[in-house]
Design a protein around this ligand. Structure first.
Ligand SMILES: Cc1ncc(COP(=O)(O)O)c(C=O)c1O
Length: 399
């Protein structure tokens, strides 16, 4: 992980909980803050959609405001949204769900926070793929739990080997965090992988916490193997998603967690002590999103697919970068040669070309020679970025 921010963590002021030590210096912020001081930066760093949300979603938000839908909802969320989600997921995965299986949260972020901090405790171990979204490991460690990383590799398209995960399970394993399609790699785990892990975990009483925020950003006509479609019951799973990526609603902050009714009961109480409820007008926007048909998603997928295809070509044409073909999300995580420090490269590349990427060590220990490239930016911007990156890379002398 990146070095600690000494001012932040070693302040003379004893008020701060030492658990804050578990939070690393956010690699993304460091790059984006530096980029903000520069002119003419092209961002391949951003982890949120650049497309606007559908019009009917905006209209629903405004209508909710005009209809005075500005108070708190009930603790689990807006009943209309809970019902709409139960119906939507029930139809998508042919699985019977009720409103009591769901809690609405302030984005998937709060759902991840609730799931991990309500389960992590000293002596409990969590299996996490490396690289992975940067929230998981710190939230586990802040609450005394430990992280057992399972490295994934670019030569294997960053696929998770289910046998490696099963072999890593032991007496202390309490949870497994999955994130497919993955941030930062864009990898989708095939059904056999998810089924094998979920089945073994259920047998051993281990929780699978599945972050599925990119569950609709799945390319090449693939059917998405959600944990919800791979588990026999909900006793040992928590499935998390949100409107942020699917409907370009990241700033509207509405997500959810699906689990057994018993788990949801516990989490509802914790949620009341965390954020109370999610944003009310935006929960109405969520109802409109779910009921508004698939056109927006289809158009979005067509656009991201064009960008993904071109980015894969451009990375292939770039000296020293080793790519692969990601099947989901909007990231590619190419590697530099073994032993090259991705953090230094990303920093120099930003300073010398004005292209902002995110270094691999932001996402774990195993991929410090990687760069995360986001294609949630327009095709012309991606082309312009590589007009700078390719000649710059040609001048480098990496062994
Ligand atoms: C894997 C993953 N999980 C969760 C989130 C947070 O999503 P939300 O905006 O719904 O809080 C992100 C955002 O980038 C993400 O990449």
């Amino acid at each position: 992980m990146s070095e600690l921010d000494i001012d932040f963590y070693e302040s003379e002021d004893p008020i701060w909980n030492p658990a804050l030590m578990a939070i690393p210096t956010p690699g993304i912020r460091k790059m984006v803050n530096l980029a903000a001081t520069m002119d003419d930066v092209i961002h391949l760093s951003i982890g949120q959609p650049d497309l606007p949300p559908p019009k009917h979603v905006i209209d629903a938000t405004v209508n909710a405001l005009h209809a005075n839908q500005t108070g708190y909802t009930m603790d689990a969320g807006l009943p209309e949204l809970l019902d709409a989600l139960a119906e939507y997921y029930g139809a998508r995965y042919s699985r019977k769900l009720t409103a009591e299986n769901i809690i609405i949260t302030t984005g998937a972020t709060e759902a991840v926070y609730l799931a991990l901090t309500a389960t992590s405790a000293p002596g409990r171990e969590f299996i996490v793929p490396d690289p992975s979204f940067m929230l998981y490991a710190p939230l586990i460690r802040m609450n005394g739990g430990t992280v057992k990383y399972i490295p994934t590799r670019p030569e294997n398209n960053h696929q998770l080997d289910p046998q490696e995960v099963i072999d890593a399970m032991d007496m202390n394993t309490y949870g497994i965090v999955l994130n497919s399609p993955s941030n930062p790699t864009g990898t989708i785990y095939p059904r056999e992988t998810v089924e094998a892990i979920v089945e073994e975990a259920a047998y051993r009483g281990i929780y699978v916490i599945s972050d599925e925020v990119y569950d609709h950003l799945v390319y090449d006509g693939k059917t998405y193997p959600s944990v919800l479609s791979c588990c026999s019951d909900l006793d040992h799973v928590m499935v998390i998603s949100s409107f942020s990526k699917t409907f370009s609603m990241a700033g509207m902050r509405v997500g959810w967690l699906i689990a057994s009714q018993g788990a949801i009961k516990k989490l509802r109480r914790y949620h009341m002590f965390t954020t109370t409820v999610a944003n009310t007008p935006c929960q109405w926007a969520g109802v409109a999103a779910l009921k508004g048909g698939n056109q927006f998603i289809d158009d979005m997928l067509a656009e991201y697919t064009r960008r993904r295809n071109r980015l894969v070509q451009l990375v292939d044409e770039t000296p020293y970068l080793r790519g692969y073909r990601p099947e989901g999300a909007f990231y590619l995580f190419p590697s530099l040669p073994e032993g090259i420090n991705g953090s230094n490269v990303a920093l120099r590349m930003l300073k010398e070309t004005g292209v902002c990427t995110i270094a691999g060590d932001t996402f774990g220990d195993a991929c410090s020679n990687a760069l995360r490239i986001s294609y949630s930016t327009s095709l012309p911007q991606i082309e312009r970025a590589f007009e700078r990156i390719i000649p710059w890379m040609e001048k480098q002398e990496f062994e």
